[in-house]
Design a protein around this ligand. Structure first.
Ligand SMILES: [Zn+2]
Length: 378
């Protein structure tokens, strides 16, 4: 990661560059500040700069052998520690167990939160909590005992050190108390107060502020190709948290997808086109189970909103302008005779899919029931 790939935070970048130039790099750094400010991205850019063979005035060269390996997160002197989960195959999981998944996610974008990371390594339906387990500390010691392969420094980036249990933290403390000249620890923490005070006092803290709205807005426009107006809305809600801003945009994109599928399903059912409905079912059943369930819950909400529209109570209808326009025509088809039945059928399908039933059978069955319900109501 280059500094120029890190969103905003120009002051912090300059401070870090100066630290390297003036040879004042602490061997244990702590990057903090509110979630979504780019701490992890900054740690990666800093680690790369520190090890770049030909660093410029403001950034790494990006082309030396060290930079190339850093860009792919495969430099042999770059190590990561992050929360992981216990699985059936390993009773003492360490970060390296999940390094492939970690590199994939960080390479996509280093702006993500803990739930997003855990969703990459958990099985569906699992809600195990992430932690940095005790086995990790012996792994850190082992890595530190290796000699530096090719870089200037061995880098140890610890993401979410607050997820360490006490015995791991105490072992880490011992390591930080006897710093090795060739190693730099960067702890990247949302909640440094959750860490033991003795670790905090061993580190040099760098507080990174929340991102200004304009930076988030520009980033969202560039990343998602959305209009300035859309980006502005999401950036405002994001309140300085880039990760949250991204989620706002993704959520509205997901809503567009659901809305499209909902309209198609209703059209086919109303027109009693069973073969088109079957095609719809086949396409929908190829999506991940979680997404199918999210769709069904979206649909239940749409049914409810459309039913309410019949009462002309506009103030209690929560729809986007586009959905509202479509619903004005559709809502009369959802009425006293069928609204409850349809909502119950969708809810039942959701719970059956949740119990690992065959999605294709469940969704097709739901479509057939819908054909009957729509007819009954009109
Ligand atoms: Zn370089």
């Amino acid at each position: 990661m280059l500094f120029k790939q890190v969103v905003g935070q120009e002051d912090i970048k300059q401070r870090l560059v100066r630290m390297v130039k003036e040879n004042r790099v602490s061997h244990s750094l702590l990057f903090t500040g509110p979630e979504g400010n780019g701490k992890l991205a900054m740690a990666l850019a800093f680690a790369q700069y520190l090890n770049c063979l030909n660093p410029g005035d403001t950034d790494s060269c990006g082309v030396c052998s060290s930079c190339k390996k850093y860009a792919k997160l495969v430099h042999p002197d770059l190590h990561f520690v992050f929360p992981v989960i216990k699985s059936s195959s390993s009773s003492a999981p360490v970060s390296d167990t999940f390094i492939t998944e970690w590199r994939t996610l960080v390479n996509q974008s280093p702006y993500f939160d803990l739930p997003t990371w855990l969703s990459q390594i958990r099985k569906e339906g699992d809600n195990k909590q992430g932690a940095i387990f005790t086995a990790e500390s012996s792994e850190i010691i082992r890595k530190l005992s290796l000699k530096t392969f090719e870089g200037k420094y061995k880098m140890m980036i610890v993401w979410m050190p607050e997820k360490m249990n006490e015995s791991t933290a105490n072992k880490l403390l011992k390591i930080l108390e006897e710093p090795s000249q060739s190693t730099v620890f960067i702890l990247v923490s949302n909640k440094p107060d959750d860490m033991i005070g003795t670790i905090l006092s061993r580190t040099q803290q760098l507080k990174i502020p929340a991102l200004p709205q304009a930076d988030i807005e520009a980033y969202l426009m560039d990343k998602f190709g959305i209009s300035q107006q859309q980006a502005q809305g999401a950036a405002k809600v994001a309140n300085g948290n880039l990760i949250y801003g991204q989620q706002q945009v993704e959520m509205s994109e997901e809503n567009e997808f659901f809305f499209d599928r909902f309209i198609t399903m209703m059209r086919h059912s109303y027109a009693r086109k069973v073969s088109d409905l079957l095609k719809w079912v086949e396409e929908m059943s190829r999506h991940p189970r979680e997404r199918q369930r999210n769709f069904l819950n979206y649909a239940i909400n749409m049914i409810r909103e459309n039913y309410i529209m019949n009462f002309k109570q506009d103030d209690i209808v929560y729809l986007t302008p586009k959905q509202l326009e479509w619903s004005k025509k559709f809502s009369p088809f959802i009425n006293d005779k069928n609204a409850m039945t349809i909502a119950e059928d969708f809810s039942l399908a959701d719970s059956h899919i949740g119990q690992n039933g065959n999605s294709k059978v469940i969704l097709f069955d739901l479509g057939l029931k819908l054909i009957i319900s729509i007819k009954e109501g009109n």
